[in-house]
Structures are given as C-alpha cells and as structure tokens.
Design a protein around this ligand. Structure first.
Ligand code: UGA
Length: 442
C-alpha cells in the first residue's frame, strides 16, 4: 500500500518506519526542514530501541522517504495518517490547530480518493472536524472527490514503541464506512499474531478508547501511590501488599508499581484533556480529577523524604540517579526528576545527576547552572553527596556496589523512588534507607 504520514514526531516516525517494514511504501512529511534533512541523512531525533535500524533498512530499500513537500506527500498515499502534535491549551484541552491544518492541506491537494486517519491522540469528535476541514478545502477548489475519515489511536509505550507496533495487543480502528474498514484491516493484517487483533468500531468510541486506556492505567498508578502514602503512615510495606494483591488475577501485576509519580507526554496530558472534555459537557469528573491531584502530590514525595531526614537542605548535595520520566527513553516531559530538582534548588541544595540517555535533554532544558552538575557516570554522581535518590529505574542502577557507593558519599542516605532495592541489603552497607510506602520494610 502507499501510505503518507503527516508529522515525524514520536508517533509518526515509529508508525512510518514500522509500516514500511511490513512492506508498504511510506512517505513521512513534516514542516520542520532541519528534521527532515537529518532524517534523510539517517539521523534519528529520538532515542527509541530498534527504531534507527528499521529506518535505515527501509530508507535503503526505498520503501521509506522523508519530505517537506505536502503536495507530493498527498499525491503519494491512498492512506493519509495525521500524526502531528496536539499540545495542551492553557485549560488542558488538546489544541487541534495542527491536526486541522493537515486536514485542509490534504483537501487542498488530493485529486483522487483518500482515507484520512487520525493517529494523534485527539478529543472525541475530532474526526468530524477533520471531515469538515477536508470537505471545505475540497469544495473550495470546486471539485468533488470522495474521501473517508477514520480514527486509529496508538497504544505505543515509549522505550518499547517498535515492539508494541510490531506485536500489538490490539489495533483499534474507528470507521463509518466499509471501504475505510477494509483498507485498515488489510493494512494491519501483517501484525496479527495467532488471531485477528483489529477491533473495528465507530469513530467516537475509538477516540474515547485511547483516553480510557491511559486513564485506567494512570488511575491504577495513582491508587497505588495513594496506598503507599497510607502504608508509610501505618508502618506497613507496600511492596508486600503489591505482590499479594497482584496475585488476584482480577487486579493483576501490571501498572501497580508505586513510585514517585507518573510522567511523560501522555498520561498527564490525557488525564487533563478528558476531564476538560467532560467538564465542557457539564459533567464534573471526580476520579479522573483525583488521579491528577494524587500524582501532583506524589511527585513531591522524594523531596519530602529528604526534607524529613535533613530538616534544612540548604548547602546539601543530592545525587540523582535517573532523569528521564522512565527507563529506555531520553524524554523528560513531566518527569518526577524535574519536580525534585526544582524543589531542591529552591531549598538551596545542589544536584549531581546521571542518566544513561537524558543528559543532553537535561542540559537543553536547564542549561549551565552552578547548582547542577551533570556527571559522566553513576559513581561520579554520588561523590561527596549527602544523599542518593533513585528517580528512574534504569537497569544499570539495579545492582550497584553499595559498599563502594557509601564510601564515596558524605553520608550514606538512600531514597529509593521506585522501590527497586532490598532495604535490609542496603542497610548492611551502612545506608539509611527510605522507600515509597515501606517504612516497615525489611
Ligand atoms: C503510555 C501508555 O502506556 C501507552 O499505551 C500509550 O500509547 C502512551 O502512554 C501514549 O498515550 O502515547 P508511556 O507514556 O510511554 O505510554 O509510558 P508508560 O510506560 O505507560 O509509563 C507512564 C508513567 O507511569 C511513567 O512515568 C512510569 O514510571 C509510571 N509508572 C508505570 C508507574 O509509576 N508505575 C507503574 O506501575 C507503571
């Protein structure tokens, strides 16, 4: 099939590369000339395991191309995906101007049937607006060309996006015509394993499914984080509680890891956006609002534990392990590390930090400052530190030489923001240990 993808951000690039990998001819288009020039040279702007290889392979085989020429891109694909950004407005609603601009561009250039599919996370009802913008652009040219619109939300996790695309749990397709359904069923057929993964539904339900999935996952996390706060106060160990409740298959083990709050570009944005959508329609969401409030509070927990231990933090040096919002990405958006660093600086403390991938991004965000030292290794970060905080559970932080770490530090204090260490083991190396919701931990 011939496919066009508008937007070479995270979602667009992974979608384009993976669809080329399954044998389609894909053109990715973006207004950012520099980005397109770099992609054409084979430079991948994001860190995502496996992506670089499939981009290189498919560019070489001629199945994947990058361009800034919208007219050429519209002419290429029968299927046109919209994967441009939907940044939050001031009130938290998704800003649709880029999505609708692409719809108008497609309408302005198409001269044959096109199926236009929204891949970006968009509020329920957006497909209708896309249809309107597209139809208007076609009518303005005085021509009559058929088109369909569809919703095909993505469920990719950063750090595992290629794997998620190639082996999806399900592919959600929202359509209002058999023609659109057949195109998308055929497109995703190569990704079915054992059974058909494509779930076809009406467009609005598909749009809502995306938000619903993220909100259920975010709710699980906030609920566990709230329980961890209770565990801290009643002297229980949330890790033992987690293992026991996860064994109940109705609850399950996934997404019940307490921590220092969820971050990233999706959960915080989608939680706010759905609450906004419902609010505008006169329904005040209660659980969804609480998910956000609990998360905001949880992001303070690392600082609170340090403040409770030290009292005054001014002049203290705090080592951070992990800056990205989760492992296997360099993404710092809404990362708990940002909340922690900001609070430490306000309290007059200095930060020494190390992350395997997010150092460049951290420097881009914060620039050079006296109270931030970005270190080359995890060991260097703890040198003369008053406390070590594990913020992101990268694999390389899992089994450090604690005796060596303790010797390098001014004081062996450890705040484990993801509960990855065994408290009794760490204590043996001389550390004072603080976890999340595990004051009774052993
Ligand atoms: C999330 C969803 O998992 C994807 O299915 C979805 O496609 C994506 O948003 C999106 O809307 O585009 P992502 O933001 O990449 O993916 O990250 P997750 O792996 O879901 O983690 C989100 C946050 O939750 C991280 O900060 C992580 O540390 C935190 N988390 C996760 C916990 O604190 N506890 C858990 O048990 C699981």
């Amino acid at each position: 099939m011939h496919i066009t993808i508008f937007g070479t951000g995270y979602v667009g690039l992974v979608t384009g590369a993976c669809l080329a990998q399954s044998g389609n001819h894909v053109v990715c288009v973006d207004i950012d000339e520099d980005k397109i020039a770099r992609l054409t040279r084979g430079e991948i702007p994001i860190y995502e395991p496996g992506l670089e290889q499939i981009v290189h392979d498919n560019v070489r085989s001629g199945r994947l191309r990058f361009t800034t020429d919208a007219a050429e891109a519209v002419a290429h694909g029968t299927l046109q995906f919209i994967a441009v950004g939907t940044p939050p407005d001031e009130d938290g609603s998704a800003d649709l101007q880029y999505v609708l601009k692409v719809a108008s561009t497609i309408g302005a250039h198409m001269d044959d049937y096109r199926l236009v599919i929204t891949k970006s996370t968009v509020p329920v009802g957006t497909a209708d607006k896309v249809r309107e913008a597209l139809g208007q652009a076609v009518r303005e040219r005085g021509v009559d060309i058929e088109f369909d619109v569809a919703s095909n939300p993505e469920f990719l996790k950063e750090g595992a996006a290629v794997e998620d695309f190639m082996k999806p749990d399900r592919v959600v397709v929202g359509v209002d015509s058999d023609r659109a359904a057949e195109h998308l069923r055929a497109l995703y057929a190569p990704f079915n394993r054992q059974h058909d993964r494509t779930i076809i539904m009406d467009i609005r339900s598909a749009e809502l499914t995306k938000y619903a999935a993220n909100i259920v996952l975010a709710t699980k996390i906030s609920l566990m984080n709230e329980l961890s706060q209770v565990a801290d106060r009643v002297d229980a160990d949330i890790e033992q509680v987690r293992k026991a409740i996860g064994a109940d298959h109705r609850i399950g083990y996934h997404f019940i890891y307490p921590g220092c709050g969820f971050g990233g570009s999706c959960f915080p944005k989608d939680v706010r956006a759905l609450a906004q959508t419902a609010g505008k329609l006169g329904y005040d969401t209660e659980i969804i609002n609480a998910v956000e409030r609990v998360n905001d509070r949880q992001k303070q927990v690392l600082f609170e534990k340090l403040a409770a231990h030290f009292g005054d933090l001014s002049g203290k040096t705090i080592a951070l392990w992990g800056l990205a919002f989760k492992p296997n990405t360099d993404d710092m958006r809404e990362a708990p590390s940002c909340t922690l660093m900001q609070a430490l600086w306000e309290a007059g403390a200095r930060v020494r930090a190390y992350d395997p991938e997010a150092m460049k991004e951290t420097r881009r965000i914060y620039g050079e400052r006296d109270d931030l030292l970005l270190c080359e290794t995890a060991e260097q970060a703890v040198e003369d530190a008053d406390a070590l905080v594990l913020v992101t559970e990268w694999h390389i932080f899992r089994t450090p030489d604690f005796a060596d770490i303790a010797r390098r530090m001014r004081q062996p204090v450890l705040v484990d923001g993801r509960n990855i260490y065994k408290p009794s083991y760490v204590a043996q190396a001389g550390f004072t240990y603080y976890g999340i919701g595990r004051s009774a931990a052993s």
